[in-house]
Design a protein around this ligand. Sequence first.
Ligand SMILES: [Zn+2]
Length: 141
Amino acid sequence: MIKHITVDGRISLPKELQELYQMDADTELILSTGEENIIMTVRNNRCILCGSTDNTVIFKAHKVCKTCVENVKKEARLIPKPTKVTYEGYLPPKVRDYHKLLLSHPGLKQEEAAKILGVSQARISKMKIKLMEIKDFLGME
Ligand SMILES: [Zn+2]
């Protein structure tokens, strides 16, 4: 498109362009120059959240209207952190008891654990394997 500059240095922008870039009387245009061109960057006073041009403030290089600031204060809530997955939750109750016992008594022998938990040593041996399988499956040490 070809536009002619007026005697006092003005040009007008076609309505279609103004609509496309949501320009109005409050819109700022930043002009920068290249070798053979002038670049116009549209800086709107529109709120990035609702599009309003009323009472906008700049927050971290973005325009936000005061209504949206108030709404964010009222309605925003923290996104809860995902709960940490631990292998304890995957353990059957008896295996969990055995695991707790191992944590509180490192180096505990299987026969001692069997006595404390009131199960056979063979059962302890199976629980130990189950414990290792679950830890291995979850990629834990
Ligand atoms: Zn807004």
